[in-house]
Ligand binder design. Structure first.
Ligand code: PGA
Ligand code: ZN
Length: 411
């Protein structure tokens, strides 16, 4: 089924910054649409987001990326077989010709890659998860729901970026979402009653100023129990420290709760958390520039928690292979726009699962109403998804899509 046209448009993401929408039309009239997300606490090896750097939108415009899609990319892809995703993505990679997709822009490439996949699925009359994952795509993920925001995603005093509630002990997806929503609203009530801010961070979690990170963890435990969910049985806690943002490579220390900590001191704080709270996963506990920290935490605590690499791997199959070789972690965060095509993302998932590690399919802090990652999590049978609070349209779009898939699968 041949591609008839590819169009792009500059639209807004959830932070109000420009991003790309790409529309792919096939010769049978089927259409696929994709919208590209954008991160704030980015890893240094991420594929390059092409921004105009001129006066529009404070330099953040994406009109050059739009032009790259409609001129250069469309010229090569029109007439090509939309069912050949691997071939399409290879063409995109070769056409760009750089190692970080900086010439045409990873935002341009990803928009096209996903729009083609959506169009192909529509043309075959298949939901996207079925088109990508085949007949064995059936696992609804456990959501890591971000209820307290800090770090670069909020203007409060918390260094840790994400405090998440994870309903691993609840079987059905819709019951996991119900638990999330009830805990989220209970948390809001507790914050309000203590005179703490109920303003939100970028991913829809609350962003109060607190005395310590432990206070944030205590609040989540309190909210879950007050909402009648059993901590450590039905619901667990997960953290994304985003420690690359806290690291000073010169002194090899981490800025944490007003102190400068060495990696061993930070490790002992994690030990305390793991021993005190039902912690299920720790993402980016150390900097992407501190492999020694990763090796230490994985060898000491890898049997008790998921140690998830985000900045460390940037969804790059080569970097993940290196991590598997060096035992840096036991799980990988998967973000489509860190690598820039669907095929490479599926490759990243594949090598991670083959090593016996877990994947967590993830949104970005800057999102849109696009729901591709919901389908991707089911298609890959990942088992885990991270897509923010159970509030704000760009986050609930993914949860709502998963509710729809669960219903469709009759699970
Ligand atoms: P980002 O944050 O989208 O701002 O990079 C998400 C994360 O660090 O997991
Ligand atoms: Zn992260």
């Amino acid at each position: 089924m041949r591609i008839a046209s590819i169009k792009a448009l500059e639209i807004l993401d959830s932070r109000g910054n420009p991003t790309l929408m790409v529309k792919c039309r096939l010769e049978d009239g089927s259409v696929g649409v994709a919208r590209v997300p954008s991160g704030a606490s980015t890893g240094k090896n991420e594929a390059v987001e092409l921004r105009d750097g001129d006066r529009r939108y404070f330099g953040k415009g994406v009109l050059n990326a739009v032009r790259n899609v409609e001129d250069e990319i469309a010229k090569v892809l029109v007439g090509k077989d939309a069912y050949d995703q691997i071939g399409i993505d290879k063409l995109l990679i070769n056409l760009d010709g750089t190692s970080y997709k900086s010439r045409l822009g990873a935002n341009a490439l990803l928009g096209v890659s996903l729009a083609v996949a959506h169009a192909a699925a529509n043309s075959l009359g298949l939901p996207l998860y079925r088109y990508i994952g085949g007949t064995n795509a059936k696992t609804l993920p456990v959501p890591l729901m971000n209820f307290i925001n800090g770090g670069k995603h909020a203007d409060n005093n918390l260094d840790i970026q994400e405090f998440m509630v994870t309903p691993k002990g609840i079987k059905r997806f819709k019951d996991r979402i119900q638990a999330g929503s009830e805990i989220y609203h209970t948390l809001k009530g507790i914050l309000k009653s203590r005179g703490l801010s109920t303003g939100l961070g970028d991913e829809g979690g609350f962003a109060p100023n607190l005395r310590s990170h432990r206070e944030a963890l205590d609040l989540l435990v309190e909210a879950a129990e007050k909402a009648h969910y059993r901590m450590g049985h039905e619901v667990f806690l997960s953290l994304d420290v985003a420690a690359s943002e806290l690291y000073d490579p010169q002194s090899e220390t981490y800025r944490f709760e007003g102190e400068e900590l060495g990696r061993e001191e930070l490790l002992r704080i994690y030990e305390e958390y793991i021993n005190t709270y039902p912690i299920l996963s720790l993402e980016d506990p150390f900097s992407e520039d501190d492999p020694e920290g990763w090796r230490l935490i994985t060898s000491e605590f890898g049997h008790r928690v998921m140690v998830v690499g985000d900045d460390l791997y940037t969804t790059n199959p080569k970097l993940i292979a290196k991590g598997i070789e060096g035992n840096y972690s036991n799980a990988v965060l998967i973000k489509l726009n860190q690598i820039g095509t669907l095929t490479e993302t599926l490759e990243a998932v594949d090598i991670t699962h083959k090593a016996g590690w877990k994947t967590v399919i993830s949104h970005r802090s800057g999102e849109t109403e696009d729901t591709t990652i919901a389908d991707l999590s089911v298609a890959t049978n990942s088992g885990w998804i991270k897509t923010g609070a159970v509030a704000r349209g760009e986050r609930t779009a993914k949860y709502n899509r998963l509710l729809e898939i669960e219903d469709e699968l009759g699970l």
